[in-house]
Design a protein around this ligand. Sequence first.
Ligand code: PMP
Ligand code: GLN
Length: 381
Amino acid sequence: ANALFSSLGTTIFETMSRLAQQHGAVNLGQGFPEDLEPAAVIAAAAAAVQAGPHQYPSMMGTPALRQAVAAANRRFYGLDVDWQTEVMVTSGATEALADCLFGLIEPGDEVVLIEPLYDSYLPIVKRAGGIPKLVRLSPPHWDLPRAALAAAFSDRTKLILLNSPMNPCAKVFDEDELAFVAGLLEKHDAYAVCDEVYEHLTFDDRRHVPLMTLPGMRERCVRIGSAGKTFSVTSWKVGYVTAPAHLMQAIAKTHQFITFTTPTALQTAVAAGLGFGDDYFDGLAADMQARRDRLAEGLRSVGFDVLAAPGTYFITTDVRPLGWTGGDADFCLRLTTEAGVAAVPVSAFYAGDAPSHYVRFCFAKNDAALDEAVSRMRRFF
Ligand code: PMP
Ligand code: GLN
């Protein structure tokens, strides 16, 4: 037999978290929040575990959560969504992405991807037989290179994978940029898979606009959300997909062979959370914004150049002002093992050669962790 197996590598998040643990580093690498889990959502999960049922829920998700996702689409974005044919629950956005890409891409289809890109995109697109067409944003403002984006589309383009707010660079696409993307989708009769897991994490009065809300885009877009991000419970792995029925059929076919279902009690709790008042969603963004500002100020005091972060829970820094001339991976290795602070090299979010002087920090941590990280770095540099 052919002894060659998957050539997939280990994700940078696992690598850096393991290293952080080995060296007792404050972990600002892997993106997960601290001390923000809403008590009512945790209580709802506990009660639902006690109450049962404990057997397979409906493959598409519990009616309560699908209805809650449809209601949230209406409430936040004015989208009219049929919960029975246009909403599906998945085991995290990670599964939702795999379902969408395996469900919609046929071998040989071209797929437009924007660098820097989240680590699961490229491996899944390739395994689905898609041909990646990569377009790079230009730092430090992460501007969309419109001519290059237009050139990446062709009559073989099946879809674009669009992440806004965007991990790792924290860009939030504005309506003008989205309208440009929409024009390309119409021109080339293509679709968009929109990874919107950070939809409720935008700051400074920026609002997240789903591509699906633009004229003509309702039938061409798939939207992915994550309870991990919206309710700060990343271990739960509850995600949700909103898509027009003709696309959902193909996506659901994949879901049935990947996880089939997601724990009922967690779905029940997430449905309760989506029903929270505006104070919850506004409060989450305000809290995260305060954490961003705290870490940004600390990083500046250490000597980093801090790039704008209008969304997500990540700050990108330029490490050159610190006098560092090596690569970002070596920087993160030394920062973790010698300074005791873990971060993630932004070059890990590129397919080929990449800028190597950007480092990503997660600010979704408690004040003590952020302050400790900054004081360790002050001592080190
Ligand atoms: N997409 C992006 C851009 C992410 O940052 C993450 C996780 N941090 C995911 C998808 C995966 O989300 P989940 O944990 O719900 O699988
Ligand atoms: N999405 C998170 C990040 O960007 C981590 C998710 C993971 O570890 N796979 O850090």
